[in-house]
Structures are given as structure tokens and as C-alpha cells.
Design a protein around this ligand. Sequence first.
Ligand code: GDP
Ligand code: IMO
Ligand code: MG
Length: 424
Amino acid sequence: MPVTVLVGMQWGDEGKGKVVDLLSEDKDIVARYQGGANAGHTVVIDGKKFVLHLIPSGILREGKICVIGSGVVVDPEALMTELEEVKKGGIDVEGRLIISPRAHCILPVHKIQDAANENKSSQQKIGTTGKGIGPTYSDKTARLGIPFFYFNDTAKLTAAVTALLETKNCLFEKFYESGSHSVEQVMEYLNRVAPGILPYIGDTRSLLRDAIIEGKEILCEGAQGTMLDIDYGSYPFVTSSNTISGGACTGLGISPRKVDKVIGVAKAYTTRVGEGPFPTELKDETGALIQEEGNEYGATTGRARRCGWFDTVVARYAVEINGIDEIVLTKLDVLDRLDVIKVCVGYEVDGRKIDRISDDISILERARPVYWEFDGWDEPTAGAQKPEDLPKRARQYVQFLEKSVGAPITIVSTGPGREAVIRL
Ligand code: GDP
Ligand code: IMO
Ligand code: MG
């Protein structure tokens, strides 16, 4: 199985970091294909916690090669800080991280614009992570962006910065009514960060092509989740990249014909950070209990995550659109203390019952979930590692999800640590 793509099946934070760490044991290369430092992927090894934002989670496995593909937007300062943290954690990164020259550079003005947009009362508030993601992807598609290969040609880089600031400054002065930015300032910034990032720039596409030919194992690490996809998520409350499995092809330069397997990661319930529709959201004490038990606070921004029941409509959609072959179900242990557990099996929308998401994504705003209720299992699953350690009702819950969603659940995660997994 040379190429495996791993995707989040909900609104992000499904536990992808932990699962990538688990699966990367048998891989040669782990590659990020989209997003940027908006991601927060947590891995806990021997009680030590690492939060990866930009660097693929495979960095924590000795000797694995980590790729940041062309589809990622990279904040050089954030990358340097993260590299320092990883090194401080005793990880040797020497020769193990390669960044595509086609990846676009997040500039300080992108982060300022991200914040300004969120604070502008006339604009739709999305609740972004403030990492400059939207503005950087917008400039990329407007052909005003700064890919890293421009760094090798000062004249080209200066011209691109000049063209970018011409339009940006109009926005800053007239629309956001804040200060403008000079070419000198931005060039000074780029000259300062270039020596840190340039040693990591390399031909990632050729590296991956050769690896595929040689039969090496590649794991493509998705960030965010299916419902945050720019085209297929709950628009406009989404991120600005293609988070779905197809994004791995465009974001790494891999042919769709080379993708062998797609693994979906889903939480045993649902969470969402930021604004936007969330049909199964619980705004009561059960939601608060799940938030507390699951420690549901953003790994990137520290914001409290909204919590709700598992939504099979969303998960079925994720299986369809990503072509998911297998599911890893995480955080089952978080439900241990609940007496009653509900699962959304369909929606009622405008008096009609539906169980599939169509292209009219606006239905999510009006969807009233239809639930099936289960008795809790009243016994701890936390830390369980063997299928026989799962209480009967917990097993029935997993089987019910598997059947309703339409793909096998092959791994259940029962705690944050590397060891807390059950292979079914
Ligand atoms: P990601 O963005 O998909 O990688 O997920 P995050 O790291 O943002 O959030 C998942 C959180 O749940 C992290 O704090 C993980 O350490 C934690 N976690 C992952 N799997 C499990 C699990 O099975 N049980 C519990 N209790 N925590 C888990
Ligand atoms: P991981 O990889 C959860 C959400 C933000 C906001 C929207 C747009 O850890 O699962 P952006 O900064 O991307 O423009 O914000 O997307 N968001 C995430 N939510 N997990 C993430 O990443 C997210 N990355 C972005 O909260 O609603
Ligand atoms: Mg996260």
C-alpha cells in the first residue's frame, strides 16, 4: 500500500495527530498536503505531549522523512518556533524535513488581514485561527502570492511583494482603515526569515515520485476535516483549502491513480471550533461534560470546542467524498461516564426526513437531528488495548456506527497516549 491518505471526517481535531503517529511506524514518509499552522495535531508519547502545527506528525518517529507539500501555506516564523520545540523535545530533525518550493509563504500582512477581517463588523465572522490562512490562499489563487521558489530571485521576489502590497495597501487603508505596509518592511522580513527556511526547501514532488516507484510507504496527513473543506464543507464556515482526500493529489503532486488507501479519523462524538452550523451541538450540561472529559480545548488557539453527538449523516458524507476504506474511531473513553448516548441517524429539514448531505449544504443550518439512543456502558474503556476489554455496550456502539456509516472501524482509540489503542 504505497500511498495512504488520512483525513478528518468531521470538523477537525478528530485525533489525526495521534493516529498518524501510530500508523507512521510502518511508513517511510509522512506528508502534509494542505492547510498551515491552523492545524494542531497532538501526540502523547510516554506522557510527553507534542503539538505539531506545520511539521508532519511523523517527525516524532526516528528516521521518517517528512514532507510539506505545495498545497500547504507556511509561516516561516511559526515553522522555526515549532522546529525549536521539537528539537527541545529530543527529536533529531536533521535531513528529515523537506518543503516544496511551490508552497506559499504566509506573510505578517496575511495574519494582520485575517484578524482585521474577523473584526470588521460588515464581514462574516468565521472564527478563524488567525494564522493568516485565508488571505494567503486568496493571494495564491489571485496569482499574487509568494511561493518559496521566488526566494532564489531577488528581483522577482521584490516585484511580487510590490504587486501584492499595491492591492493590499488599498484594502488596509480604505477598507480596514489601518496602517499600510512598505515593500522595504516586507523585504526586510523575508531577508530575515529566508536563511532559516531555505535549507529545508527541496523537490518534494520528485522525492515522492521516486518513493512511489521504489515501493516506499507514504502516509499523507490531512489537516482540518471534511466539513471544513473549501468546496465540500459547511461554506462559508470552512478553512481555505481542500481538506478531503483529493487534496492530497493536488497538494503533493501525486496522481489519483497512485493513492491506494484512504483512512478516515472520527471522534466517537463531534466537536467544532469557530462559527458555523453544527446540527448535533449540545448546549447543555451533557455538552459541558463531554468538553470536560474530552479536554476539548483547541490545540492551536486554546478556544473551547463546541461539543455534540456523533453525526452519521456527516460521517457517511465523509466516507463518500473521501472514498474512505477504513475508520479509526477516537476518544471512545470520553463517553465512559455518560448514562445515555445519542447518535444522529438523519435530519429533519423543512418537514422532510433526510439521511444524506446533498450539494445544498445550507440545509445544515436548518437540520434538526433525529437520534437513536443508547444506554451508556457504565464501565471504563479508558486505556483499553484489547477488543475483549471493550464493554459489551461499547462494542455495540462501535458496531452501530460502523454499520450506519458504511465503512469498517478497524482501530478504536481509548486515550491520548500512543499505547491506548484497540486494533479490531
Ligand atoms: P487533531 O487535530 O485531529 O490531530 O486532534 P487534536 O490533537 O487537535 O485533538 C485531539 C485531542 O484528543 C488531543 O488532545 C489528543 O491528545 C486527544 N486524544 C486523541 N485520541 C484520544 C483518545 O482516544 N482518548 C482521549 N481521551 N484523548 C484522545
Ligand atoms: P486540525 O488539523 C479544527 C477552523 C477554525 C475556523 C475555520 C477557518 O487541528 O484538525 P482558518 O484559520 O483555517 O481560516 O479557520 O476552520 N479550523 C480548525 N478547526 N481543527 C483544525 O485543524 C482547524 N483548522 C482550522 O476554527 O472555524
Ligand atoms: Mg487539532
